[in-house]
Every structure is written in structure tokens, then in C-alpha cells.
Design a protein. Structure first.
Length: 254
């Protein structure tokens, strides 16, 4: 009798879950770039998505994709990078992040990146090609505690000062050393995020990626680092993720 009761209870729970999943109206929800959605009315400048089902299991919501061939990548090394992930010339992982997005043998044009060519908008599809174009440094211009607005200010400063160009066909990565935290939830709610904003009169796409060495239990996936540098290896994983999301949803309206 107890077994029958548990079976019925489980079936009811599954039905309730599936019913909730299929009847929930999420047409008013837009992504934040941090892994969750919010009501569109709370996001200034965002409009309700236009739902068009393409027939491949992915719903196109009317937003744009980043189609550049290649899409340019810019690194802003924020904080102290004289010791750690990018400093020691004795390890392969020192240049891991540069190599990952480099023009020769990097992630651009790889089978992994070409998966994104299935994403398109009314004017074309993602090319699957990305390439590191330029890097710059920022020596704690906003201290060791960054807010979301400070991350944008770091990108804005790099562009308006001329250290990096104004480029709408690009993703700007703000990469922080392990002594820097992001006050909106780094290590507790996310390990990285992406968004867009108006900088120097242009629609600029940018991403924050913190150093996982700050919180290994939250943002480092393995106990053994493939390249002998846990910070660089796990930053590579997070950056690849944020790159994929930016290519398929650069303006957070898809």
C-alpha cells in the first residue's frame, strides 16, 4: 500500500512540475546576462520579445546576433597581473587566455565555436569566428571592489582614452586579479556575466570575468588544473561561456 501511495505521489509531483513548465508564461522575461531572467518592465530600454519558433527547438525572440567574421575580442587586465595567471613565463597557462582567443589555433573557427552558426537573425547567422584583437591594463582605477557600473566605467575608460578602439563588432572582457571582487554577486551568484551598454556613442558589448582563485569552491570546476594554473584554466571556461552567450544574444533582447 505504501509503495502504491509513493508511486501515485511521485506521478502527481511530476504532473504538477510538467504542467507548471508548460503553462508558465515567460514572454515578459528578458535575460540579465548573469544566468537568470527578470521582468522586461524593470529593464530600461528593453522591449517585449517577438516570439518566432524556428522549428529546431530553439525559439527566436527577435533580437540580433553578433555576426562579425571574425568577432573581435579585447582584454582589459584589471588589478595586479604581475603575479599569477598571466605572469610566470615558465608555464604554458601564462598565455592560455591569449592563446584561447588568438587568431592562430584558438577557439575561433573551432568546432566548439561553429556550434553558434545555428543562431541567426533576419540578416544572417553567427560566423563562428572570434579573434583577440588587442589588450590593455587597468591598475585598480576603481579599487578592489567593483560594482556593475564600475565594470562599465573600466571599459568606457579604456575606449575613451584611446587604449582600445570603439568597436561594435566585439566583446570586451574585464578580467580581474584574484584580489578583486564584484559586489553584485561574484562567487555567490555567478562567476562571470555579459551585457551591453552605450559607450562613446556606440553599442558596446562587454563581460566581467573574475579570477576563480578568489573562490575555488564556487568557480573552479576541477581539483586538477589541466595547465597547472587554476585561475587561468577556469577563467578560460567562463570566458568561453560568456562568448557563446554574447554571440547569440549580444543585446540581451533575444
Amino acid at each position: 500500500m505504501r509503495k502504491v501511495f509513493l508511486t501515485v505521489l511521485l506521478m502527481f509531483a511530476c504532473f504538477a512540475f510538467l504542467n507548471a513548465q508548460t503553462t508558465r508564461d515567460s514572454s515578459h522575461v528578458v535575460p540579465t546576462g548573469k544566468g537568470w531572467g527578470v521582468d522586461a518592465s524593470t529593464m530600461p530600454g528593453r522591449t517585449l520579445p517577438r516570439v518566432v519558433t524556428q522549428g529546431n527547438g530553439i525559439s527566436y525572440h527577435g533580437g540580433s546576433v553578433l555576426k562579425g567574421n571574425p568577432v573581435h575580442v579585447y582584454f582589459i587586465w584589471y588589478g595586479n597581473w604581475t603575479n599569477g595567471t598571466r605572469a610566470s613565463d615558465s608555464q604554458v597557462s601564462v598565455s592560455l587566455l591569449d592563446a584561447l582567443f588568438g587568431s592562430s589555433g584558438g577557439i575561433g573557427g573551432s568546432g566548439y565555436e561553429k556550434i553558434n552558426t545555428t543562431y541567426g537573425d533576419n540578416s544572417g547567422n553567427v560566423s563562428g569566428n572570434v579573434s583577440l584583437t588587442q589588450s590593455t591594463t587597468d591598475n585598480y582605477s576603481h579599487g578592489t571592489r567593483l560594482s556593475d557600473s564600475a565594470v562599465k566605467a573600466v571599459v568606457s575608460s579604456a575606449i575613451t582614452s584611446g587604449r582600445l578602439p570603439t568597436d561594435t563588432n566585439a566583446l570586451y572582457f574585464v578580467l580581474t586579479s584574484s584580489d578583486v571582487r564584484e559586489s553584485s554577486g561574484f562567487c555567490s551568484q555567478y562567476c562571470g556575466w555579459h551585457t551591453n551598454g552605450s559607450i562613446n556613442g556606440a553599442d558596446i558589448k562587454y563581460s566581467f570575468v573574475g579570477n576563480p582563485d578568489r573562490c575555488p569552491s564556487a568557480c573552479e570546476m576541477g581539483t586538477v588544473s589541466p595547465n597547472g594554473d587554476s585561475g587561468a584554466d577556469d577563467m578560460a571556461s567562463i570566458m568561453a561561456h560568456e562568448m557563446q552567450e554574447t554571440l547569440s544574444d549580444p543585446d540581451l533582447n533575444a
